[in-house]
Design a protein around this ligand. Structure first.
Ligand SMILES: NC(=O)c1ccc[n+]([C@@H]2O[C@H](COP(=O)([O-])OP(=O)(O)OC[C@H]3O[C@@H](n4cnc5c(N)ncnc54)[C@H](O)[C@@H]3O)[C@@H](O)[C@H]2O)c1
Ligand SMILES: N[C@H](C(=O)O)[C@H](O)COP(=O)(O)O
Length: 348
């Protein structure tokens, strides 16, 4: 297995008018971090120099034009563009959105070609990134297309893990998206991720219902009784410790969430509101189910504080360290699978 400092963490720079540049550079300013990995920022030396000057940071970096020029133990900046970027903190700007996408495309290509080991993405603005080349509601769907597999938005903070059945889906379409096939596929992805990424051998999973009070026997909707319950029962009978549907309103307040290795919420805000409240700014958004590891902080571009030097870097730092932990866990599990323990046979 690679030495820690040789693990290459690719970082896409996100929306340059937001807080992305600040959280990336302030995280890397503490040089002790380079003992744990080698970073490669996908942007340009000119742009990173502008940010370094703006935030008055004491960092040095190694500008590269090719990924075989990466130097271990240095902050590497890969020149994705040569243009001068007109940064106006706090402004929604489609031109800046194009640079966010250039950075993401270059970093994803490097990930696919194994030039980087994991990808950590700084936040993008979902509106300004839309173009002919990019018609996705976020990184999760884009990476699912690029890397294959069954992608799943999996929010992680210590022992709290919240996955989503439906992620960037408009509220009016949620119920029609939730089918037995989708439930089975998402439960399986969460299950495999808990085993392979988090080393939990026999995971226990809770699924939250769709309707208020899981429908109250059909008084407030039938989906929980007709779709959720039979699908979860069938999965349970196949041997998975999966339970539910649970009424979502009291599930976190009662502390019941602590009894499970992961919780699957039916839709975005049902899962992300309790997650972001309980994780106190330290949460990480992990895209599970893919062939490669991608993490990101659990917050967005925060335009109102961008450029002011007020951004909290904790969630981004956690995203980097979670990506490293998952990378090492996957490597270890792959090693173990290559050399399974053979049970000695009795001599007769
Ligand atoms: N991973 C991602 O790319 C990602 C994640 C979430 C949201 N977004 C996008 O970001 C944009 C803005 O979204 P939003 O306003 O709903 O959420 P947001 O997370 O940007 O901001 C919500 C609130 O939290 C504050 N905040 C966020 N991060 C902070 C930090 N590190 N330090 C201090 N305060 C912080 C903001 O100032 C704001 O008050 C949207 O386009 C959204 O889609 C992207
Ligand atoms: N729902 C995510 C969050 O709130 O953290 C966010 O929009 C990012 O989504 P992608 O990872 O798909 O960009």
């Amino acid at each position: 297995m690679r030495k820690a400092e040789n693990v290459i963490v690719g970082i896409s720079i996100g929306d340059l008018n937001g807080i992305g540049g600040e959280i990336v550079l302030k995280t890397l300013e503490d040089v002790r971090i380079l003992e744990f990995f080698t970073p490669v920022i996908f942007a340009s030396v000119k742009t990173i120099t502008f940010l370094k000057t703006h935030f008055e940071l004491d960092i040095n970096f190694n500008g590269i034009n090719s990924l075989d020029q990466i130097i271990t133990g240095k902050i590497n900046v890969f020149n994705v563009w040569n243009d001068r970027v007109n940064i106006n903190f706090g402004q929604e700007d489609p031109v800046i959105g194009e640079f966010a996408i250039k950075s993401l495309f270059a970093a994803t290509k490097a990930l696919k070609e194994d030039a980087i080991d994991v990808l950590v993405t700084a936040p993008i603005n979902k509106h300004t990134i839309q173009s002919e080349d990019f018609k996705f509601p976020g990184h999760t769907d884009y990476l699912a297309q690029e890397l294959g597999g069954d992608s799943l938005m999996f929010m992680i903070c210590n022992e709290l893990r919240v996955g989503l059945l439906t992620d960037h889906v408009p509220v009016k379409d949620i119920a029609s998206h939730i089918t037995p096939e989708l439930i089975e596929s998402k439960v399986n992805t969460v299950y495999k991720s808990l085993q392979k990424d988090f080393n939990i051998r026999r995971p226990k999973i809770a699924v939250l219902g769709i309707n208020p009070h899981t429908g109250d026997n059909g008084v407030i909707g039938n989906e929980d009784d007709e779709i959720m319950r039979p699908t979860l029962k069938a999965l349970n009978e196949k041997g998975k410790l999966v339970y539910g549907p649970y009424a979502a309103d009291s599930f976190f307040g009662s502390g019941n969430y602590k009894n499970f290795d992961a919780i699957i919420a039916s839709y975005h805000d049902q899962g992300l509101i309790p997650f972001k409240t309980l994780s106190f700014g330290n949460g990480v958004n992990y895209t599970a189910g893919l062939s490669k590891i991608r993490t990101s902080p659990d917050h967005g571009t925060a335009f109102e504080i961008a450029g002011k030097g007020e951004a909290n870097i904790n969630s981004f730092k956690e995203a980097v360290f979670l990506a490293l932990k998952l990378y090492h866990n996957r490597m270890e599990n792959a090693e173990l699978a290559k050399n399974p323990l053979v049970t000695p046979q009795k001599k007769i």
